[in-house]
Design a protein around this ligand. Sequence first.
Ligand SMILES: Nc1ncnc2c1ncn2[C@@H]1O[C@H](COP(=O)(O)OP(=O)(O)OP(=O)(O)O)[C@@H](O)[C@H]1O
Length: 253
Amino acid sequence: MLRAEGVSVHYGGVRAVDGVDAHLDEGELLGLIGPNGSGKSTLLNALCGVVAASGKVRIDGRPMPLGSPAAARRNGIARVFQVPQTYPELSALENVVVGSHEQGLVGVAGAWFRRRAMWRLERSRCREAMETLEMLGLADVAAAPAESLSYGQRRLVDLARAMVAQPRLVLLDEPSAGLNDSETEHLGGLLRTINRDLPMVLVDHKMGLITSLCHRVTVLDTGTVVADGPPGEVLADPAVIRAYLGGPVDAES
Ligand SMILES: Nc1ncnc2c1ncn2[C@@H]1O[C@H](COP(=O)(O)OP(=O)(O)OP(=O)(O)O)[C@@H](O)[C@H]1O
């Protein structure tokens, strides 16, 4: 459903992503791993249009213009960033509702001429946002301002916001960073459930999470793909072991 061919992002002389071919299949949870600075976040940035990139990306066979966040959104790509992007003074629920505001009626004209329809739409957005928070175990804090939530809760609010945008696929950048073991396990269970309906690309350094969740893993090193395949095979690949500072990759950590 997503196919990237020869995608490159260069910052001056730094080839952050260099001619990457990658794909995501329907229903798949794809792990994207690699040592620090190997280009994982930059590749996600290219796919969601927030950096200038060259190459080709197709969604369901249709070409998608690169370098345009609006085009990426139109093509159903949602991104959850490494650092929570919540509005501190808005409630958790309001933070999630914001994610669905590009759909349907918006703007002054909609409010003025179609007031009833607009309120109906607002109610259905709130209901959907609330159901998503419930699904992620955040119903109790729906009314709390985001600034009062824990780091892990704010990351889940970001995930909920991405989900209500009704994406075709979600790009997740290190969702387990800063979470303890039990929070990471809880997150893993949620991602497995969400993946029943949504294909995802998961960037993470916790190999236990990657091996327990991902159907396939793509490995980057210095901006290029060095391995791609089932997690067990990929982590035993000599090129991957070399990329990770010459040592074996610990699938448990
Ligand atoms: N805005 C930028 N300007 C210049 N260089 C950048 C910029 N963003 C990233 N880079 C460089 O691009 C390379 C890839 O960085 P990137 O953050 O994509 O790696 P990563 O694999 O996501 O790393 P990590 O696992 O530490 O998050 C690195 O050499 C980084 O220093």
